[in-house]
Design a protein around this ligand. Sequence first.
Ligand SMILES: O=C[C@H](O)[C@H](O)COP(=O)(O)O
Ligand SMILES: C=C(OP(=O)(O)O)C(=O)O
Length: 364
Amino acid sequence: MTSTIAAPLTTHDTTRIDDVRIGAVRPLITPALLEEKLPVPDAAQALVESSRAAISRVLHGQDDRLVVVVGPCSIHDHDQAIEYARALKEQADALKDDLLVVMRVYFEKPRTTVGWKGYINDPHLDDSFAINEGLEMARRLLLDVLALGLPAGTEFLDLLSPQFISELVSWGAIGARTTESQSHRQLASGLSCPVGFKNGTDGGIKVATDAIQAAQGAHAFMGMTKMGQAAIFETRGNDDCHVILRGGKQPNYSGADVDAACALLKAAGLREQVMVDVSHANSSKQHARQIVVAEDVAQQIAAGDARITGIMIESHLQEGRQDIVPGTPLKHGVSVTDACISMAQTVPVLAQLAQAVRQRRLKH
Ligand SMILES: O=C[C@H](O)[C@H](O)COP(=O)(O)O
Ligand SMILES: C=C(OP(=O)(O)O)C(=O)O
């Protein structure tokens, strides 16, 4: 008589076909554990709530200020980021009637090919990939920025990392390389903050308008809970999304480019509004060009264009950029990814934008 008991699957040796290219699997802390270690103080919670609501009001035409997402291309040092945040807070307070300033606090860098992938992935900048430390350092920095009274904006690149930090983020971006990704659109549909979608790296705007439409809808997808368990998330959809013009094969910050983007938005039944990123392909990656581009955008605003609801600037303590060279100390306050303008160069740009908003207000 033959046995009816099937051989247990677990006795199969699948090592020849499974995890063939995995070098190691290391433990990851859970979001809940990190939150228990670094809880959100009441004041930080109130600031995140009020700044998200204020950005949403700008997007829905109920607040005529300009959202300004400004700060380093990437965070690589806590104290230097805080030194920057203190200086920015002074400007944010002085210009608060005209500008809604959000500090760029970018922890995750999408790379064209390879390169340092940011403060969460490799916080020690030495290929040690101490991701658990990176998550803690990122959360600590966000809390410290919020404690100064500044809201923070970040790019959401990884699909699990938002569970560790996203309640501290007032505005999020989906980058040019991921705007077309279904997973990122689904993520945006469930994020609690307003989200900007960059146009594609080739300059295509349609991927961003498609992304807004997708993110407005409800989705169901797989993710990880705060307790670190796999789960199915059902989202409600995000009505606080917008396009970010970042240039492509050529810059796309001119009035004609804003017209073209708004025509696409209108055709899709979406709000006719843009944030202009004065860096990336809009500055041809020459950091000082950001000042020229911002001046052009300020002129469009001053002339009355209410469709420009936001601007993005890459700015650090000092201008330029530097390479990460093992064994060589880094210069203080200089970007290790894209070149930035300095805080000293940023101050007059912000003043000019605030002036442009006041002029626009007179026209409406
Ligand atoms: O904003 C940063 C960079 O433009 C982006 O991460 C791509 O960088 P890379 O082309 O140097 O890899
Ligand atoms: C990577 C960035 O931009 P983009 O996605 O436009 O290249 C960024 O803003 O840091």
